[in-house]
Ligand binder design. Structure first.
Ligand code: NAD
Ligand code: ZN
Ligand code: ZN
Length: 391
């Protein structure tokens, strides 16, 4: 089959790879009809995650048709011909974490959990297309994928919604929603979102759906800020104004009630980034350079407010404003998204037209043009917000 693969630092390449096969009795094989490029893929492409290997199949946002199921799958749960969206965290459905709906912390889904333990001092769960650190599972930027625990995660789509309407239930819509949900939004709340990428846009829409009085979008890309503004949010360009002063102006001098970091580690940090990569490669703990979106969110938040972090971080962080966190009684909440928890309720919100996930799609390309898709998305060319690939 054709698949988009990692081909060394800052390079992806579509090539022929072996078709996946059923390995365990609860596996399914999905023929992929739509898949997407995510900001999290950028953390891999630049070599930031040192456990990527040449030829690894990328991608964790995908959907399609079930073409094969293992003998352990109950046909009432899933059968050949079902149309499914696959959540990015792999989860067994039976461990203590899964029982608590903390699916992205599943204790059974990463056969390589020891790698993260050694690198970071804590385990991580299995994720599609996210290197050997998260289990070495081939990803979904491909014609087919093997889906482990297929009786737990995949969401059946039984209505006639288009792929474009439901694809993002695999990751970024639940992630943005979880970012807003963690804020316990009240009707008087001003919610500020750092990052107007796909995840940030969905955090903004979710904050609105959950009742926020005002939603502020912070970024530097004018076209991304305009996209947020068209959806009814208030743009702030951090290259043009001092963010903290502008936020104080917009909130009667107190700061936003709730702050969401939808940036995480930036994928293009140049040489400092590469130095971090080299340190990681030697399994030395990471002390990365300034994650300023998070610092700014903590320093801007009003006393007693919530800072919700959905941007991805790894390893150790320097210059964490512990003083502001403590003295202003802030609550910090975070997590890889527990996608399975949100898929059904968000599908209903899409069906009721409360959320329109298609609004962020700017490019649809054949899988064979994945390389161009990555260039456009990473370099923010041609006003690229979200790329959908069609295998
Ligand atoms: P993206 O790279 O397209 O968007 C990030 C945006 O942040 C860009 O528009 C960039 O200009 C902006 N930005 C950079 N520095 C900033 C700053 N200091 N202040 C404000 N904005 C800034 O990525 P995306 O697909 O939207 O993903 C965003 C983050 O969410 C990534 O870190 C990704 O890994 C993470 N993510 C997390 C989960 C989860 O489960 N928690 C799931 C998916 C993605
Ligand atoms: Zn993603
Ligand atoms: Zn589990």
């Amino acid at each position: 089959m054709r698949a988009n693969t990692w081909a060394g630092r800052n390079k992806v390449k579509v090539r022929d790879v072996p078709d996946p096969t059923i390995l365990n009795k609860r596996d399914a094989i999905v023929r992929i009809t739509s898949t997407a490029i995510c900001g999290s893929d950028l953390h891999l492409v630049d070599g930031y995650v040192p456990t990527m290997q040449d030829g690894d199949v990328m991608g964790h946002e995908f959907m399609g048709e079930v073409v094969e199921v293992g003998p352990g799958i109950d046909p009432d749960r899933l059968r050949i011909g079902d149309r499914v969206v696959v959540p990015f965290p792999i989860a067994c459905g039976a461990c203590a974490a899964c029982a608590a709906e903390l699916y992205s912390c599943c204790e059974n889904s990463n056969p390589n959990a020891g790698i993260a333990e050694k690198m970071f001092g804590h385990p991580v769960a299995g994720i599609f297309g996210y290197s050997h650190l998260t289990g070495g599972f081939a990803g979904g930027q491909a014609q087919y994928a093997r889906v482990p625990f297929a009786d737990v995660g995949p969401l059946k789509i039984e209505s006639d919604l288009t792929d474009e309407q439901v694809l993002f239930l695999s990751d970024i819509l639940p992630t943005g929603y979880m970012g807003a949900e963690m804020c316990d939004i009240q009707s008087s709340d001003v919610v500020a979102v750092w990052g107007a990428g796909p995840v940030g846009q969905f955090a903004m829409d979710s904050a609105r759906v959950l009742g926020a009085a005002k939603v502020i979008a912070i970024d530097k890309e004018p076209y991304r800020l305009q996209m947020a503004e068209r959806a009814g949010h208030t743009p702030v360009n951090f290259e043009e104004v001092d963010v903290r002063s502008r936020l104080l102006e917009l909130t009667g001098g107190r700061g936003p009630d709730k702050c969401i970091d939808a940036v995480g580690l930036e994928a293009t940090h140049g040489s400092a980034h590469i130095a971090a990569y080299d340190r990681l490669k030697q399994a030395v703990r990471l002390e990365t350079e300034r994650p300023h979106a998070l610092r700014q969110a903590i320093l801007s938040c009003r006393s007693g407010g919530v800072v919700s972090v959905i941007g991805v971080y790894g390893g150790l962080l320097d210059k964490f404003p512990a003083g502001a966190w403590m003295n202003r009684s802030l609550t910090l909440r975070t997590g890889q998204c527990h996608v399975q928890r949100y898929m059904k309720p968000l599908l209903q919100r899409i069906e009721r037209a409360e959320l329109d996930p298609t609004r962020i799609i700017t490019h649809t390309l054949p899988l064979d043009e994945a390389e161009r898709g990555f260039e456009l998305f990473k370099n923010k060319q041609d006003d690229c917000e979200k790329v959908v690939l069609k295998p």
